[in-house]
Design a protein around this ligand. Structure first.
Ligand code: FAD
Ligand code: NAP
Length: 321
């Protein structure tokens, strides 16, 4: 018989959105359970320096910030559970989530804060070399490429930060971008262009990750010029794909209104989803801002929206009685 954990407020996800919802939910007496998933602390645990989260004059570390957020949530009464949810039943309240070992979590309200996951180029050669030269997280895997030539693919904040980060390990970092201008913030671009160990290849797309060596690993990238179609080989041993993220909403397809890109739709100015009692916050519902502080802000909103929803339900139930 699988175990069942019941609570008034069930939170799915333990990034800044889920943990902020947990802090507010616990302080409102909703005894939240946070199902952490396979990435406790969320995306910020894959980065190093964070210098735009308010409240810290000095540069702080992403994993440290998330440990502090979790400690604060636990301190005020939230309970963390390590599990990965494979099924969601939103057809009636209490809502039910099922973990991959069969454990059932039920909540009178559900806050979804599943964030986003790294996108891949979806080339067969990329799949073949994942973990053997091809990665989507320089801050996680960069250390393994100490003294080697590496490339980072993408033109947003993540790509630029990963390229800068890789200069800690490599003297030859190449940023590959499909267009002739970056979408990363100006301050990051300035640092990138000023760095002597980084060069940028414009208008290039990866055609193939080239395998070689014994044991087999990445030995190069075949790059296609996006203007001329010409193919050139770049010799590298590490290739970091940093082309953005997709919302983690697979569980909710057909159960909640999602937009064309798969993000959870919420009523403007709220975190209310298309199912009453289900709220969404953070990167899973925000494709515009996608910052730790905005995720935390919408996490707070979700807890407040959830608290009001429960109060209204309870008021209606007592009036009916
Ligand atoms: P996430 O942080 O993505 O957390 C999602 C959570 O949901 C995880 O805990 C995961 O385990 C859980 N989950 C997902 N699916 C399931 C499931 N099926 N079952 C159980 N749990 C599940 N922002 C900044 O403001 N400043 C920065 O300096 C900065 N640097 C960044 C650097 C990198 C490399 C990256 C990738 C992002 C960076 N960001 C930065 C963006 C920031 O990390 C995100 O905006 C923020 O983490 C979003 O928070 P979230 O809580 O919505 O989701
Ligand atoms: P992003 O802003 O969506 O940028 C993705 C980049 O990858 C774009 O330059 C895009 O090219 C390129 N790209 C997308 N698909 C591609 C493909 N198939 N082939 C080649 N290139 C492709 O994603 P992100 O950089 O991960 O940032 C996500 C969010 O997190 C943003 O809101 C960002 O501000 C935030 N973030 C913030 C920080 C920070 O504040 N320090 C750090 C990291 C991330 P085009 O430009 O041509 O579209």
């Amino acid at each position: 018989m699988p175990a069942t954990h019941s609570t008034r407020m069930l939170i799915l996800g333990s990034g800044p959105a889920g943990l902020s919802a947990a802090i507010y939910g616990a302080r409102a007496g909703m005894a939240p359970i946070v199902v952490q998933g396979i990435q406790p602390g969320g995306q910020l645990t894959t980065t190093t320096d964070v210098e735009n989260y308010p409240g810290f004059r000095d540069v702080i570390q992403g994993p440290w910030l998330m440990e502090e957020m979790q400690a604060q949530a636990e301190h005020v009464g939230a309970r963390m559970v390590w599990d990965h949810i494979v099924e969601a039943d939103l057809s009636r309240r209490p809502f039910r989530l099922i973990g991959d070992g069969g454990t059932v979590y039920s909540g009178d309200v559900l806050v979804i804060a599943t964030g986003a996951q790294a996108k891949w180029l979806n080339l067969p050669s990329e799949e073949h070399l994942k973990g053997r030269g091809v990665s989507a997280c320089a801050t996680c895997d960069g250390f393994f490429y100490r003294g080697k030539k590496v490339a980072v693919i993408g033109g947003g904040n993540t790509a630029v930060e990963e390229a800068l980060y890789m200069t800690n390990h490599s003297h030859e970092v190449t940023l590959i971008h499909r267009r002739d201008s970056l979408r990363a913030e100006k301050i990051l671009q300035d640092r990138l262009f000023a760095h002597p160990n980084i060069r940028v290849l414009w208008n290039k797309a990866v055609d193939r990750f080239v395998a070689g060596g014994d044991p087999e690993g990445l030995v190069g990238l075949d790059l296609r010029d996006t203007k001329t179609g010409e193919i050139d080989r770049l010799e590298v041993e590490g290739g970091f794909v940093a082309i953005g993220h997709s919302p983690a909403t697979e569980l909710f397809k057909g159960k909640l209104a999602l937009d064309a890109d798969g993000y959870i739709e919420v009523e403007t100015g709220t975190t209310r989803t298309s199912v009453a009692g289900v709220f969404a916050c953070g990167d899973v519902m925000d494709k515009v801002y996608r910052q730790a502080v905005t995720a935390a802000g919408t996490g707070c909103m979700a807890a407040l929206d959830a608290e009001r929803f429960l109060a209204e339900m309870e008021f209606e139930a007592s009036a009916a009685a």
